[in-house]
Write a protein that binds this ligand. Structure first.
Ligand SMILES: *Cc1c(COP(=O)(O)O)cnc(C)c1O
Length: 490
């Protein structure tokens, strides 16, 4: 099929150049998306040809509506190829699933499926009629599980049972998770690896116990799903199994727009079991319009990210991913070694992949310690953007230390010399310094913060993180929401 007849010359002139020039001025405010200087948010393969391919594939799919794959079968064909790729690399030959718009949507749909399965098994309809706050479905997860599961619970009316991780390793004890299982447990979540600390959760133990009690186990491999499968072949350490080879693993999310090197807007969500997969669908014929069947959250949806992700994975294949992962493995080792050499800093736990959480080394004297957020700010002044993570008091009283997060990509490999020099210099600049906020700190006005951020082009993140550590968490969550509202709509 073709795209039909072309357009007639239009009476309405379109000044593309002027519009695009304005967009360029907007884009000039952005952090660099390429070149390895931003160590979160962006996943640069370092291959310009891959970016070009993604752009051309997206342009080909631009007019398509992904709402209806029977009218636009290219959507089903691309999705089937991507699901097939996921089956291969995640070792689930019978797995089924979808391409979603991202990790958050994959996690939301997994929770939706688990909730509806839980409700049906108890005789309720989808949504769990007759369920009260004291008896309703729960998600059991470690404190290190991604915020997307809290968001899903919030949207979908589940309760979250948060299990502390060992603050020294970032890993939860399997028995602490499985000990929380009850008749209310609709889903248990483990990460491969966790975003905050880059460590692998005890997948086999948790999945086995979950299977024994008929509880679905979601392995959140949003960030690891397209890099861990190639890790050992690329020269990294051999990891314990965490994918569909592990008995009891029911769902895996793996973001194509992270280490799949696809542009934003694509994640893979795979289910080991067709019945559970079906529970994520929404279908409705009971209205006067077209019959609705949606496997994902959106109705009408773009096929551009799907096409771009399809093109990138098709071009790379397992061999391409393995060779990109080799650069990631080498760069991760180099950055970890560099941090290990810096007096006053250390890597938390044993990262299983390309994510590092760097914390202050409490074994040296206070004057020799490096505050990870001041270190990040000093690195930013030298051109490298690292991500601050506040400390967290867990329900058992233990404290997960504040850290600075680094995601290592193939592009990091190209700038290793400059990066490691900056990490050393930044630590030398701030060694011994602390962040002090007055104890009676007034809650800042979000509109004033937003105005300052708009003016200077960036925000004093060190202060924001210190505020989050000091004030009640609900207060700072509300503050951030009002800040972003003011930032986008002054
Ligand atoms: C990124 C991430 C998510 C959420 O994905 P988005 O694509 O940002 O919506 C969920 N889990 C983990 C482990 C992640 O790294």
């Amino acid at each position: 099929m073709t795209d039909g007849p072309g357009h007639e010359a239009s009476a309405q002139p379109v000044d593309s150049e002027a519009v695009l020039a304005r967009l360029q001025t907007y884009r000039a405010h952005d952090a660099p998306t390429h070149g390895g200087s931003v160590l979160s948010y962006v996943y640069d393969s370092g291959l310009a040809a891959l970016d070009d391919l993604a752009a051309r594939a997206a342009a080909l799919a631009l007019p398509v509506n992904g709402l209806d794959p029977t009218t636009f079968p290219s959507v089903a064909l691309m999705e089937a190829d991507l699901v097939g790729f996921g089956r291969t690399i995640l070792h689930g030959p019978a797995a089924v699933g979808s391409v979603t718009s991202g990790g958050t949507e994959s996690c939301l749909l997994a929770v939706k499926a688990a909730r509806d399965r839980w409700a049906r098994a108890r005789g309720g309809g989808a949504g769990g009629a007759g369920v009260t706050a004291a008896t309703g479905p729960q998600i059991v997860l470690p404190s290190s599980a991604h915020a997307a599961f809290h968001k899903a619970a919030h949207y979908l009316g589940l309760e979250v049972e948060v299990v502390p991780v060992d603050p020294a390793t970032g890993v939860p004890a399997a028995t602490d998770l499985t000990g929380r299982f009850s008749d209310r447990t609709a889903l248990v979540v483990v990460s491969a690896p966790s975003y905050p600390h880059g460590v692998l959760d005890p997948v086999s133990e948790v999945a086995a116990a979950a299977a024994a009690q008929g509880i679905p186990c979601h392995v959140d491999a949003c960030i690891g799903g397209l890099v861990l499968p190639f890790w050992a072949d690329a020269g990294g350490t051999e990891l314990p199994p965490w994918d569909f080879r592990v008995p009891g693993v029911s769902i895996i999310s793996a973001d194509l727009h992270k280490f799949g090197y696809a542009p934003k807007g694509a994640s893979l969500l795979l289910f080991a079991d067709r019945e559970l997969d079906l529970a994520r669908y929404f279908a409705l014929t009971d209205w006067p319009g077209y019959p609705v069947v949606n496997p994902t959250i959106l109705g009408s949806r773009s096929a551009t990210s799907l096409a771009a992700a399809w093109a990138v994975t098709t071009a790379l294949g397992p061999e391409g991913y393995t060779s990109l992962t080799a650069r990631v493995v080498a760069a991760t080792g180099e950055v970890a070694r560099c941090v290990g050499e810096i007096r006053g800093l250390r890597v938390l736990g044993e990262p299983a992949g390309p994510l590092l959480a760097v914390v202050s080394d409490e074994t040296v004297t206070p004057g020799d310690r490096v505050h990870p957020h001041l270190w990040a700010a000093a690195s930013a002044r030298r051109g490298f953007v690292l991500q601050g993570q506040p400390s967290l008091r867990q329900s058992d009283g233990s404290l997960i230390p504040r850290s600075t997060h680094l995601t290592i990509t193939p592009a990091t490999h190209d700038v290793l010399g400059a990066l490691t020099a900056v990490l050393h210099e930044a630590a030398d600049e701030v060694r011994g310094a602390t962040v002090e906020l007055p104890a009676d700190l007034p809650v800042p006005d979000p509109a004033t913060l937003a105005a300052a951020a708009r003016e200077s082009g960036d925000l004093d993140l060190t202060q924001v993180l210190a505020l989050i550590e000091q004030l009640p968490r609900e207060a700072t969550a509300g503050l951030l929401a009002r800040f972003l509202q003011a930032f986008t709509a002054p």
